[in-house]
Structure formats: structure tokens, C-alpha cells
Design a protein around this ligand. Structure first.
Ligand code: SF4
Ligand code: SF4
Length: 149
């Protein structure tokens, strides 16, 4: 059984289904940047009780970390942040390509990239279909890799 992490105070997934579009969900053959066929957009998963483990265990950075302010709310920003050991991954909706370059996002992303440099980590942005590695000055370098959760 998948453990449910503690969510940040006052945050929940209610009304949000952004993670059912942006990252890949291989178990249900859902490519990245495509709505899952089981999703009722803005409402939830129609196979909630039978959803695969990769969905069951997925919580984005915004819902887990109160340090990410409300500008990052996924259904508003159309971006999804995922904190992993040694790296931060940001998925940007292909219909809002480039949204990460606006403020307050760019300043936050630069700051993450600067911190990552000190810890040999990295900040990766999936800007629609493009995989970008972000330098501490905010510059982006393209690289290829499959887009996963
Ligand atoms: S994107 Fe985040 S807040 Fe939205 S449903 Fe997924 S985990 Fe919840
Ligand atoms: S199976 Fe359910 S939770 Fe998983 S991506 Fe599809 S709609 Fe979302």
C-alpha cells in the first residue's frame, strides 16, 4: 500500500488534475502533455480506486511544500514542480510554453539552479516537449530524454 505523505497546511488536490496531463503515466499508456483518458478535467480520476501506483504515489511540490507560493498552484501556473533527490523537475504545459520565463517563476528557478550547482544537482524544465537544463544565470540548454513522472 502506498503511504500518503503529509500535505502542506491548507493545500489539497481538490479541483486540480494537472498531473493527469503534464507528465507521462506509463501504466495507463498516457504520454506526457496529453490528458489521461480516465481524467475528468478539473474534477478527478474516474478509476480513482484502481489508479496505478505511479499515480497513487504522485504528489507535486506545490501540494507538499508550503514554501512554494500560490503563484505555483498547478491549475493556475500550468506548471508542475517535482522535488527529487539531487534535482528539481518542472513540467510546463505545452499550451503555456515559456511560462517559466515569467516572474515570479524565473527568479525562483534561478535560485534553485544556483543552489543545485553547490550540491551537484540540476534543474530540469520540460517546456512542452523540450527538455531544458537550467544554468544558475537562468539560461536554458536543450537536452533529450523521455518525459516521465
Ligand atoms: S498537480 Fe499537484 S495539486 Fe494538482 S492534482 Fe496533481 S498532485 Fe494534486
Ligand atoms: S489514471 Fe487517474 S490519476 Fe492516473 S493519470 Fe489517469 S486520470 Fe490521472
Amino acid at each position: 500500500m502506498t503511504a500518503i505523505p503529509s500535505l502542506a497546511r491548507g493545500r489539497s488536490c481538490e479541483g486540480c488534475t494537472v498531473c493527469c496531463k503534464l507528465p507521462e503515466a506509463a501504466s495507463v499508456k498516457k504520454p506526457a502533455q496529453t490528458w489521461c483518458t480516465h481524467c475528468t478535467i478539473g474534477d478527478g480520476c474516474r478509476i480513482y480506486d484502481q489508479r496505478p501506483d505511479e499515480c497513487r504515489s504522485f504528489y507535486c511540490g506545490w501540494v507538499l511544500d508550503a514554501g512554494l507560493d500560490d503563484a505555483w498552484r498547478p491549475e493556475r501556473s500550468r506548471m508542475l514542480v517535482k522535488f527529487e533527490p539531487g534535482r528539481i523537475i518542472i513540467h510546463v504545459d505545452k499550451d503555456r510554453k515559456g511560462a517559466w520565463r515569467r516572474e515570479p517563476f524565473l527568479t525562483q528557478i534561478r535560485s534553485w539552479a544556483q543552489a543545485a550547482l553547490l550540491h551537484r544537482g540540476e534543474v530540469i524544465i520540460w517546456d512542452g516537449p523540450d527538455r531544458l537544463r537550467i544554468a544558475p544565470n537562468g539560461e536554458a540548454v536543450k537536452a533529450a530524454e523521455p518525459q516521465r513522472r
